[in-house]
Ligand binder design. Structure first.
Ligand SMILES: O=C(O)CCC(=O)C(=O)O
Length: 282
């Protein structure tokens, strides 16, 4: 039996701004039980059920996955997930006062889902901007700024057989992504053939309750996994980044901000969605 998430990532409140900042620097991730209420999580699942696919979404994986992009642009309901109190202060401390979202994705992973349409989502990083020798990071001689971090809102209870995210705390200090090696054992066959440990720390499943959240930086080694239940996993991702990192809003040149959402948004939410003041380069 795997340890519960709270034992390898200390539980933090969304109001604990300094704690979240420290966790992103030390562990690469901050785990926040009760980031949203179970009622809001249940409402979000219903709203995901009502979404219709648009150009740029992924509804492949042999019908086992619905992956909706740019969810923030569909209904003012989603605005509340952009700048929740506390969390947004930590995000701005980490990524600057002009940071923005570079995406918001909703997932429905159906029974039988195992990663993406081509197979398991093996251990990976989302993006690394400054690959470097791990010694520089491990010894603390270099502190890598946070360029991108994703907030996961787990909208249903996550058990080991319902697609937990697997992650390796501290692995952002490797200065690289995981490499290939012989297929690992001990993960129920849900992880691919990549390195699943770093610096003696094994990948752990994020087991949690509906409404719990995890903010993790883009260099942390992590993986999706399989749905071996008869239930659906619902997940909402909010992708934050420094202002200098491009927003990724499929279908790209055809993307238009929804005027109904922009009208309902606060100034800060509008900035987070891309309404910036002109600065260097534009
Ligand atoms: O499904 C998950 O929990 C992980 C998703 C993931 O790895 C990703 O979006 O990069």
């Amino acid at each position: 039996m795997s340890p519960t998430t709270g034992t390898f990532l200390p539980p933090l409140k969304t109001s604990d701004v300094d704690g979240i900042v420290r966790a992103l620097q030390d562990d690469g991730a901050a785990f926040m039980p009760g980031a949203i209420s179970p009622e809001l999580a249940a409402r979000a699942c219903k709203k995901i059920d009502e979404l219709e696919h648009q150009e740029g979404d992924d509804h492949g994986a042999r019908g086992l996955l619905d992956h909706y992009k740019c969810v923030f642009n569909r209904d003012p309901f989603w605005l509340q997930f952009i700048d929740p109190p506390g969390l947004i202060d930590a995000v701005e401390k980490l990524m600057g006062s002009q940071c923005h979202i570079i995406g918001m994705s909703a997932w429905r992973c159906f029974p039988g889902f195992n990663g993406d349409k081509t197979g398991p989502i093996g251990m990976h990083i989302d993006q690394i901007f400054v690959p470097m020798d791990e010694e520089l990071l491990v010894t603390g001689r270099v502190h890598l700024p946070v360029f991108i971090a994703t907030m996961h809102y787990y909208l249903v209870d996550i058990t080991e057989d319902l697609c937990p995210t697997w992650m390796i705390p501290g692995s952002h200090k490797s200065g690289r992504g995981p490499g290939k090696k012989a297929a690992p054992t001990g993960h129920g066959g849900t992880l691919g053939g990549e390195e699943t440990a770093w610096n003696g720390v094994e990948a752990q499943p994020v087991l949690c309750k509906a409404g719990d959240g995890m903010l993790f930086r883009s260099e942390v080694w992590h993986a999706g996994s399989a749905n071996r239940t008869d239930r659906v996993r619902y997940l909402l991702q909010v992708h934050y980044a420094q202002r200098g990192v491009a927003q990724r809003f499929p279908p790209y040149i055809k993307f238009r901000h929804n005027p109904v959402v922009m009208e309902a948004a606060s100034e800060r939410q509008q900035r987070m969605m891309g309404k910036h003041r002109i600065s260097a380069y534009g």
